[in-house]
Write a protein that binds this ligand. Structure first.
Ligand code: ADP
Length: 357
């Protein structure tokens, strides 16, 4: 199947409910065949934006184009979209093949062609032999696959998904994430995906749009978003962080009286926060030689978590920062005891500042 993926351009999209502005001048460009995720806390406007894309909600202002065509006034069934929502919305009285073939019946596709396409769609979601099963004979993961097959069976240029995996348990969810990646690589349609789960967003997406209070805060690749967040909000929302106050004067960054070496220093002086990610710090002995930015600390707690150890460290000013160590035997044997004074070292390439809010 190849659906003729379409680029999407969202301009100045605004939606109000009464006094509340739920979407506030949203601009997004999605390239043809790109997998873009809308990520944000609950109530940030993700579903509203997706509903506008799908045509179920009318915006108060702004424009929405799929390819060259303006869509704001186009009804949902004319948008040629595949849609998968949180609740499966399958027809319980039809079998799997009936559900998957439904969009084709609506489009007047012949019976033979329908049978062929349903088979292909079911193969793609690995339900080859499930065509004659009833929906209530399927597990949650299988139902979600049926919903996905139904959304792609007519080869839409755009696929919209709203938290499609949130009802599944962790293991199945992670497995389905990898399957969705494969499916997207194979079919190449443009995808807009909504989640509040940052790990899911990082796993699936070509790019992520972080949204808060109806505004896009940053759009970037997963790696740039994690490693170069542009604001305190994005750094705090994606990944675990501790923040320490830093001032930059005449281009020199200082935390307390320590000068910080930065691979990517800010262009302007001012107040900033040092973003400390748990995996970017190394523990060294007090007074050990070596480069990088050093902070003195005392080990407060060590928690074994199976794949890693979480180590809480207290700084002289009382701030607590958290570090992760992979749980390899040699590392565990070499760890300092609770109460020990240690040095923490961070590579300048991992030493990141964001503007203080
Ligand atoms: P998210 O998907 O990020 O959780 P939503 O888009 O569902 O956020 O909601 C954004 C905001 O808009 C919320 O404050 C929500 O209460 C409000 N909202 C959504 N739909 C309606 C509606 N039909 N009427 C009034 N308020 C709404």
């Amino acid at each position: 199947m190849s659906g003729g993926a379409l680029p999407i351009a969202v301009r100045e999209l605004t939606k109000r409910y009464g006094q509340a502005t739920v979407l506030d001048g949203v601009d997004i460009d999605v390239a043809s065949g790109e997998f873009l995720t809308l990520l944000g806390p609950s109530g940030s406007g993700k579903t509203t934006l997706l509903m506008i894309l799908a045509g179920f909600t009318r915006p108060d202002a702004g424009s929405l184009r799929f390819g060259a065509q303006e869509m704001v006034r186009t009804p949902p069934h004319r948008r040629n979209l595949g849609v998968v929502f949180q609740s499966y919305a399958l027809f319980p009285h039809m079998d799997v093949a009936g559900n998957v073939g439904f969009p084709l019946s609506l489009r007047g596709v012949s019976v033979d062609e329908r049978r062929r396409r349903v088979r292909t769609a079911l193969e793609l979601v690995r339900l080859d032999d499930f065509g004659s099963r009833r929906i209530d004979q399927l597990s949650g993961g299988q139902r979600q696959r049926v919903a996905l097959a139904r959304a792609i069976v007519f080869e839409p240029g755009v696929l919209l998904m709203d938290e499609p995996l949130s009802a599944l348990d962790k293991k199945l969810r992670e497995q389905m994430q990898i399957e969705l990646r494969r499916l997207h690589a194979r079919l190449g349609m443009t995808v807009i995906y909504v989640t509040h789960d940052q790990r899911e967003a990082l796993t699936l997406s070509d790019r992520i749009a972080v949204i808060d209070h109806g505004r896009i805060q940053q759009i970037d690749t997963p790696r740039r978003l994690y490693e170069r967040p542009g604001s305190h909000f994005v750094a705090d929302f994606i990944g675990d962080s501790t923040f320490l106050p830093v001032s930059v004067i005449d281009g020199v960054a200082r935390w307390q009286d320590r000068v910080l070496a930065l691979a990517d220093p800010p262009a302007m002086d001012g107040k900033f926060l040092l973003v400390i990610r748990p995996e970017k710090l190394a523990i060294v002995g007090v007074g050990a030689a070596g480069g990088g930015n050093r902070i003195d600390a005392v080990v407060e707690d060590i928690v074994y978590q199976g794949d890693s150890l979480r180590i809480d460290l207290r700084l002289a000013d009382g701030a607590v920062i958290t570090l992760n160590e992979p749980a390899r035997a040699a590392r565990i044997a070499a760890l300092p005891a609770r109460g020990a004074a240690v040095g923490l070292v961070m590579d300048p390439a991992d030493t990141l500042l964001v503007p203080a809010p």
